[in-house]
Design a protein around this ligand. Structure first.
Ligand code: NDP
Length: 443
């Protein structure tokens, strides 16, 4: 049996009931086949793949907190510190009721290769909780965040593990958690990124994932003889990534016509009104049903459906497995030329395959959404030197990083005779650096 297949079987057997983690491992290892086969003797002897798929550490903890009625609630907290071969663990915290160890492991595994691709010295980690922030008061959010950090602070630090935001964790939550870390540990250090600008945050971090997604998409289109300008774009989600993806797409001359949340989606043929979207989501924390009040000519639909809208470019920016085979078929039938993943693993494996086989340019999340973590690493640099860089300086670095990522990904695909397969390219380029570092550091 091929080494890759042996390790995939091992992962399924050793991690029962964790389909998202199996999916992420399969996707990465399948596309690494040619690299693994070229170095099989060394990798087998060192059990490199077995080491790669086993987290260095998994932390699971109780998070008790008191709600507004005086009732004690109990949630579960997680931090998976997957791989520190090239730097301290780095990766976001997700607060969502769907969170369990399998989700955190898949995200953390993906993060290893994404972080490697940025070219910056950061290892892979991820964490979160099954806490549902929806409908909670500000005080309840604070109570939860403080309790979560009371335990997590034992395991993180500026040189150990530096979490950031993800679904359900934005500037407000990072602020509460930073305050608790400082209080318990007694040190003001860059233990989290995505901090407020008044206490060590970096300009552009809020915008970075969405902006970076568009920089990479524009580069991928340019490389293949297209121009983003004038293109019609569909976006899913209406959170941090989606909002700033829409903003940058408009700045680069494209028109975004959709946005969604977990209840439904809007179609605005004249282009999404970003000011309205920000007011609804960032200021009032409301649902997308409100959008029609700002834009009477737009349509609101319950449920899923953004991928049925005719477009040139599709940007899934909500959550995992939100673009399936049926959706991929609609995109191809409607003439879509490019899909770039703002979210982590939003496209199912069969949908990805279908898109690639039908000539759609496909940028996987670990390359396309790496701008967030890259800018987090720039925040770490600024914290270390106790300086703050200007918006332009950080934005220019972000653009340079995203362009480099695309180059690395395209080159790695070319080297292994898979030109244009950016899934393989991203996995190979991300893997090579981590594998070399692991081998150099020994068992
Ligand atoms: P937010 O919480 O800000 O926004 C998430 C958006 O997706 C919301 O519109 C939410 O709708 C929607 N959503 C969440 N879960 C579901 C679901 N199960 N079904 C349908 N819609 C859903 O998160 P982010 O924008 O930060 O993250 C979005 C994606 O991008 C995630 O996959 C994340 O891992 C990835 N990512 C984020 C980075 C960052 O810097 N923030 C960096 C790299 C990747 P609702 O409000 O109704 O829940």
């Amino acid at each position: 049996m091929a080494y890759v297949d042996e390790v995939i079987d091992l992962v399924v057997k050793k991690n029962p009931g964790e389909p998202e983690f199996h999916q992420a491992v399969k996707e990465v290892l399948e596309s690494l086949r040619p690299v693994i086969e070229a170095h099989e003797d060394v990798y087998r002897k060192e059990a490199l793949l077995e080491q790669l798929v086993e987290p260095e550490r998994q932390i699971k903890f109780r998070v008790p907190w008191v709600d507004d009625k005086g009732q004690v609630q109990v949630n579960t907290g997680y931090r998976v510190q997957f791989n520190s071969a090239i730097g301290p663990y780095k990766g976001g915290l997700r607060f969502h009721p769907s969170v369990y160890i399998g989700i955190i492991k898949f995200l953390s595994f993906e993060q290893i290769f994404k972080n490697s691709l940025t070219g910056l010295p950061i290892g892979g980690g991820k964490g979160g909780s099954d806490f549902d922030p929806k409908g909670k008061s500000d005080r309840e959010i604070m109570a939860f965040c403080k309790s979560f950090m009371t335990e997590l602070c034992k395991y993180i630090g500026a040189d150990t593990d530096v979490p950031a935001g993800d679904i359900g964790v934005g500037g407000r939550e990072i602020g509460y958690m930073f305050g608790q870390y400082k209080r318990i540990r007694g040190t003001f250090e860059g233990c989290l990124t995505g901090k407020g600008l008044d206490f060590g945050g970096s300009l552009v971090r809020t915008e970075a994932t969405g902006y970076g997604l568009l920089y990479l998409t524009a580069e991928m289109l340019r490389h293949n003889g297209h121009d983003l300008k004038g293109k019609t774009v569909v976006v899913s989600g209406s959170g941090n990534v989606a909002t700033y993806a829409i903003e940058k797409a408009h700045q680069l001359g494209a028109k975004v016509v959709t946005a969604s949340d977990s209840n439904g989606w809007v179609y605005d043929p004249e282009g999404i009104d970003l000011a309205a979207l920000k007011e609804i989501k960032e200021v009032n924390r409301q649902r997308l049903t409100e959008y029609k009040k700002y834009r009477p000519n737009s349509e609101y639909h319950e449920g899923r459906g953004v991928w049925s809208v005719k477009c040139d470019v599709a940007l899934p920016c909500a959550t995992q497995n939100e673009l399936n085979l049926e959706d991929a078929k609609m995109l191809v039938a409607n003439g879509c030329i490019a899909v770039a993943e703002g979210a982590n693993m939003p496209t199912t494996l069969d949908a990805t395959k279908y898109l690639q086989e039908n000539g759609v340019l496909f940028a996987p999340g670990k390359a396309a959404n790496a701008g967030g973590v890259a800018t987090s690493a720039l925040e770490m640099s600024q914290n270390s030197e106790r300086l703050s860089w200007s918006f332009e300086e950080v934005d220019q670095q972000l653009q340079r990083i995203m362009t480099n990522i695309f180059q690395k990904v395209a080159d790695a695909a070319d080297r292994y005779g898979m030109s244009g397969d950016y899934v393989a390219g991203a996995n190979i380029a991300g893997f090579e650096k981590v594998a070399n570092a692991m081998l150099a550091q020994g068992v």
